[in-house]
Write a protein that binds this ligand. Structure first.
Ligand code: MN
Length: 237
């Protein structure tokens, strides 16, 4: 396993290998850590039960963070990259660990975003995001219908996303597995996890019911913050 002592050793090795670069990135380098939920586990009961939240966050996302650090344990140059830069440079990752990095770095980014945009009261979008949804996605009702259809259309496990350009243009996207639009140069405004682990305890096979309920726990204030960050060029994952 990846112990703190091992992490310190790798950090020292990275500094020795690239003294000019490591200091500027010190605050954002690996080992990667599981972010705390920004609310109580029962904060999303209107869509997602507390047990699902706890298992999903601690065990599923937690395991991905541990597996990512483990995959990168002998690759200090990649271990110290910020997560978004790692996802944008998968083709440079050594082939023998590339699939592990793709799946677990993607999962780390996807879930970190997912926790951030929930915990709110749902309802209609507000602010500049509401205007962008009207402009690019046909208004909230059309957007919700098309986004839910995208989630239903993921065969097996994957995600439905809204991507955002640095000029604020929105589009609905799907990805399989734990792929993230950063892997092909796009950024995510928001997204929903349609792996069965995200909904099976309450909804079993009824993914459509989960997709419908999910809108009741969105935090449009946070999504507006992400939208502003995308336009400012500061949105990371
Ligand atoms: Mn998940």
């Amino acid at each position: 396993m990846f112990t703190p002592r091992r992490a310190l050793f790798l950090g020292a090795a990275a500094i020795a290998a690239a003294p000019g670069r490591v200091w500027a990135q010190a605050a954002t380098t690996g080992p990667h850590t599981l972010p705390a939920l920004p609310y109580a586990a029962n904060a999303n009961e209107a869509a997602i039960d507390a047990m699902t939240m706890e298992i999903h966050h601690q065990r599923h996302h937690g395991a991905q963070v541990a597996a990512l650090n483990n995959a990168l344990r002998d690759q200090p140059d990649f271990a110290r990259l910020p997560l978004d830069e790692l996802l944008q440079n998968l083709s440079r990752v050594p082939q023998n660990i590339r699939t592990a990095v793709r799946n677990n770095a993607g999962g780390h980014a996807n879930h970190s975003m997912f926790w951030e945009i929930m915990g709110g009261p749902g309802g209609a979008p507000s602010g500049e995001v509401a205007e962008a949804i009207n402009r690019d996605l046909g208004g909230f009702d059309q957007f919700r219908t098309n986004f839910n259809a995208a989630g239903m259309g993921v065969f097996g496990s994957g995600w439905a996303f809204v991507t955002v350009t640095n000029s604020g243009q929105l589009a609905i996207a799907q990805r399989p597995g734990q792929d993230n639009p950063l892997m092909d140069g796009q950024r995510v405004l928001m997204g929903n996890d349609v792996w069965e682990h995200a909904y099976y305890l309450r909804y079993q096979n009824r993914r459509a019911d989960y997709l419908t309920a999910w809108w009741n726990v969105l935090n449009w204030t946070k999504i507006n913050e992400r939208y502003a960050a995308a336009r400012a060029g500061t949105l990371r994952i």
